[in-house]
Each structure stands twice: as C-alpha cells, then as structure tokens.
Design a protein. Structure first.
Length: 305
C-alpha cells in the first residue's frame, strides 16, 4: 500500500484530478486547517495557547519558473514579520525547490539566506526541509553555507537513508539544529532502509547522537515523528546519558495524534506542531497517507455519509 500511495503522489494525471473530488478535499482537512495563511494562523493561536511551538510550511515544490520562487520568498518574509508579533514566534520549514533549487542554485541560496537573516532579526528559526534522495547532497551543502553565517537555521534529515549517520558526523561540528524524520519518499533499498525495524533502529541511533550534543548545548534536536513509543525508547537511553526531556523536542503534524503529543508534553517533552497550508497539497497529502495505515482508514471513511 505504501508503494502504491507513493506512486500516486508522483502521478501527474492523479495530481490534476483527485484534488477536485469532494471526499478527498474533505479528508485532507484532517491534516491542514485550510489553504491560506489566515487558516494557519487561526489554528496556531489555539495551539500556542496550549504551550505548543508552531512551525508553518506552505505546500509546493519543484517550481517551474524563478519568478515563482520570488513570490514564495516574499510570502515567507511576511509570515515571519507577522509571526514575530506573537508570544512565541512562528518557525518556518521551507523546501529548497520551493525557492528555485532546480532552476538556479545561487538564487535559491540568496532567498534562503534572506529568510535566515530575517529569522535572526525576528528571533525565530528557519528549517531547511529535506526532499527526495536526489536533493540530499545539495540540501546539506546549502545548509552548511547558511549555518556559517546564521545561528537560527535547522535542517531536516531522514533516518531511513543509509547515508544519514555520515551526514550527522559531517554536520555536528557546526552545532546544528536537526529535525529527524523517518522518511516519506519511495527510495530503493540500495540507499535506504525499507523495513520498519531497520528504520526505527536507524532513527533511534541518529537521535541519540544528536541528543548527546544537545545535552552539552551544541545542537538542537527535534524528533519529527508520531511514534510515541519510539520517543519513549529514545528518552530512556537519553536519560542514561544525562539528557533531560526538555532537550528532546517532539514535532508532529497538525491533526495527527494530537492526544499523543499532549501526553508527551505532560511528560516533559517540548511539543511543536507543524501546520501545512497551501493549494499544492496533493503530493504532500499522499505521502502522509503512506506513512501510517491509520491515515488511509480515515481517508476512506470520508466516502461514507
């Protein structure tokens, strides 16, 4: 099922037609409050009142024209300025291909550097999101350039990629901020772990490496997972290494396992909710369905009266 859903995420014919269906649009509302920033800010206000940190991501990737990247960058600058007026500033998670990585790498870096500078000024964070394996090296190189000049920038790494332990060793001297996720793309077994026990083991090992650096103030760790049992296993080993729970942030997507995030918050883990919005949600949504079978069941129930 995961393979089929990831194929559907890439299929251009389905991408054009499925979002028109009423039940699909109804189902996607579980994972995003709306298609515009106003809906995202409304959801953020409620969550922030409960003590959650908030991240925004505007959906869309692999732009066709550099002018589109200019518009995306301007949008994110406005979001940071507005988010800075809140009690807890909104953090951003941005895909490099949203800012033109496929078209002009230097232009993409310029946009990212501008957002990183604005994050420094407004007291928030810019997260460089990760995409498929073809983009990993360029994304890490982009982050290295940003981190050399800006403190409040983080990067997403995918535990299921076999190269991730080496990437962590490469980044740790930079005292990085790392959001660790399992991985949501259909990668071949030559470069990625594919069985759940292997992925969970890789995730736990990578998390503990960053956690020990975070204990000493030399990293920021965000556990980007909805797997509460995995978080607790990591915490058990982290406790033995002297890493307090407040160094183990838990980042979950809006609308997914909100009760579990509250439970972890009560146990001392700093909670963050990533709110996605935008019109170009189809590929992102299909990858969310592929991550957890329970999500598929929810989507199918939207067919019922």
């Amino acid at each position: 099922m995961r393979t089929i859903l990831l194929w559907m995420a890439r299929n251009a014919w389905l991408k054009e037609r499925l979002p028109r269906l009423r039940f699909v649009r109804k189902a996607v509302r579980r994972f995003m409050p709306g298609e515009d920033a106003e809906a995202a800010f409304a959801a953020a206000a409620t969550l922030a009142a409960s003590g959650h940190g908030i991240l925004f991501t505007r959906l869309g990737e692999n732009l066709a024209a550099l002018a589109e990247a200019d518009e995306v960058a301007a949008h994110y600058h406005a979001i940071m300025d507005r988010g800075a007026t809140l009690a807890h500033p909104i953090e951003l998670s941005v895909k490099p291909t949203q800012l033109g990585l496929d078209i002009d790498e230097e232009a993409c870096f310029g946009h990212m550097a501008g957002l990183a500078a604005r994050a420094d000024i407004t007291g928030t964070w810019l997260w460089v999101d990760m995409e498929g394996s073809a983009y990993v090296e360029r994304t890490i190189a982009l982050y290295e350039r940003l981190r050399a000049a800006h403190r409040n920038v983080g990067i997403c790494l995918q535990a299921y990629l076999r190269r991730t332990p080496a990437d962590l060793r490469r980044l740790l001297p930079l005292e990085p901020a790392v959001r660790l996720v399992k991985g949501a793309y259909d990668e071949p077994s030559e470069i990625a772990w594919r069985r759940r026990p292997e992925i969970d083991g890789a995730y736990q090992a990578a998390a503990l490496v960053v956690a020990e650096a975070a204990r000493d103030g030399k990293a920021r760790l965000a556990l980007g997972t909805h797997d509460g049992a995995l978080v607790e296993r990591i915490a058990a080993f982290a406790d033995a290494a002297g890493v307090p729970h407040e160094r183990l942030e838990v980042h979950m997507l809006y609308g997914i396992r909100a009760g579990e995030l509250r439970r972890l918050q009560e146990a001392g883990f700093p909670p963050f909710t990533l709110i996605a919005y935008g019109k170009h949600w189809y590929p992102w949504y299909m990858r969310r369905l592929a991550e957890r079978p329970a999500n598929v069941g929810f989507a199918l129930r939207q067919l019922l009266p």
